[in-house]
Unconditional design. Sequence first.
Length: 117
Amino acid sequence: MPREVLGKKPITIAEAMASLQQRSEESELSYWQRVAFEHAMHHARIEPQESREIVAKLIKNFGISELSAFTIANILPTTQEELKDLLQKDPMILSDAVAKEIFEYIKPLVDKYSKDK
């Protein structure tokens, strides 16, 4: 039986994985929760807290939309061109200088976690 939705808030893939991991320890996951958990396990590249910090900093310091910030935190683009592609639909007009600044911020995380995989 479906549960009542009490609210909605975006979360990163890493946060979803942590939440589903915790839930799996408390009780059995439903089919769709297991599917989401397996997807998150394959695609989460960073720790949940780090992903949330990235989102907050991107929104606060660079003024990009929440959706774009979550996209960047989930994907961790490996090149500045990939970053610019992800930000094409952002309402803000992104200059090359801002894109470079954002990429310089996320590059240490990209390097750190690409070595782990």
